[in-house]
Design a protein around this ligand. Structure first.
Ligand code: TYC
Length: 101
């Protein structure tokens, strides 16, 4: 029965890989004012004052902080916009992205 011509020899792969999410990472520097970092986080990542302050202080103390995860293109767009907001004011504020494990 299992050797008849009707028995499929291969299985169709039905599992769809989920596209990898990318982390947006806030990088500390010695120049950007704390309040400005909080303002950018609230505007670009839609976090509230308390969340924004915690994220900013984590980067301030530890060097970096993961802000959020998004599909690759969204993460890159948000990181670029947030970094540009700092540059426009003459600050070295930096957001980077990397794929989630
Ligand atoms: N370290 C900055 C200061 O003391 C504040 C700051 C925090 C800047 C986090 C960037 O990602 C950052 N003014």
């Amino acid at each position: 029965m299992s050797d008849t011509a009707l028995t499929p020899k291969t299985r169709t792969r039905t599992k769809t890989e989920r596209p990898k999410l990318h982390k947006v990472i806030l990088v500390n520097d010695d120049f950007t004012p704390r309040e400005f970092v909080v303002t950018v986080l609230k505007a670009e990542f839609r976090v509230n004052q308390d969340q924004a302050y915690r994220i900013m202080m984590t980067a301030h103390r530890r060097g970096t902080c993961v802000v959020a995860v998004f599909p690759k293109d969204v993460a890159e767009t948000k990181a670029t916009r947030a970094t540009d907001a700092g540059r426009k004011q003459g600050y070295p504020l930096l957001f980077t992205t990397e794929p989630e494990e």
